[in-house]
Design a protein around this ligand. Structure first.
Ligand SMILES: O=C1O[C@H](COP(=O)(O)O)[C@@H](O)[C@H](O)[C@H]1O
Length: 269
């Protein structure tokens, strides 16, 4: 659906408005030959006309990265976000042709509820992603049966510690308050979660805007991924990204934007 793609130019977010969307600016994305291109360490925005076109392109890109991981090391590790944005992505990703029996899937964060609860991110992964061809994938949920994330954290740490890190692919989302994973503004352990010297893989998190208590992978873990995507829909969220790009922004997502690593942002209105 290339015709529905808006732009793949590596522009600064604050410069990307509808007026900048059009044909890809190839001159700004240099190719060095077959399969080689200069990898910019700044966030790269890929704009699409709608969620369907975005989900098709992102599902295809993720599948490509998973195939490469399987070819190179025999298996692949994928971490996805919850919330409402990835629903169509999950449906399309589940139909991608690859050796899903070699893929392990987990979440970047989870609400501390069992998968019988409609708020469970795992429930959505099970319903929409672990279907069709992807039914062969292994899923490692972040929720364990314990009253609180603090009570369950040791078991979750053992569980995620058994995964073969780093992640091959991480797909982040973002809430309208600028949170990503469960890095919420005002989160009780936000500082720890964002601290790049903190070697904990997962942490509990509580925040006024989070609803229920959470568990989240730390920023350090997520940034180590071979490929990092940010999946964002809506003009309101594009404005949040533009705010986060301002120097000194305290929005949690700003920590991802300024991490100085390759980040592909898939956005549509
Ligand atoms: O609570 C969460 O919210 C964010 C964003 O969700 P959305 O509904 O605005 O798409 C999500 O990335 C995160 O994984 C989830 O736990």
């Amino acid at each position: 659906m290339v015709g529905r793609r808006r732009s793949t130019a590596p522009v600064h977010l604050r410069h990307l408005g509808p007026e900048r969307c059009g044909r890809p600016d190839r001159a700004r994305r240099p190719h060095l030959g077959r399969g080689l291109r200069i990898v910019s360490s700044s966030p790269q925005l890929h704009g699409f006309d709608d969620g369907q076109a975005l989900a098709e392109a992102l599902a295809s890109a993720i599948a490509g990265q998973l195939r490469v991981a399987i070819e190179t090391r025999g298996e692949a590790l994928l971490a996805v976000s919850g919330g409402s944005t990835p629903k169509r992505l999950f449906e399309l990703l589940s139909q991608q042709d690859l050796n899903w029996s070699r893929v392990t899937i987990t979440l970047v964060d989870e609400r501390w509820v069992p998968d019988s609860d409609e708020r469970s991110n795992a429930r959505m992964v099970e319903a929409l992603l672990l279907q069709h061809k992807a039914a062969d994938a292994e899923f490692v949920p972040l929720y364990v049966e314990a009253a609180t994330p603090e009570a369950g954290i040791a078991e979750v740490r053992t569980r995620v510690g058994a995964l073969k890190h780093p992640f091959d692919v991480v797909v982040l989302g973002m809430g309208p308050d600028g949170h990503t994973a469960s890095f919420f503004p005002g989160g009780d352990r936000l500082r720890e979660a964002l601290d790049l010297s903190n070697t904990a893989q997962v942490l509990p998190m509580r925040a006024p805007g989070a609803g229920e208590p959470r568990i989240t992978f730390t920023l350090r873990e997520l940034l180590q991924a071979h490929t990092l995507y940010l999946h964002v829909q809506g003009n309101d969220k594009r404005d949040v990204l533009a705010q986060a790009e301002q120097p000194g922004s305290a929005l949690p997502i700003a920590n991802v934007l300024r991490a100085g690593r390759q980040l592909d942002i898939y956005w549509c209105p």
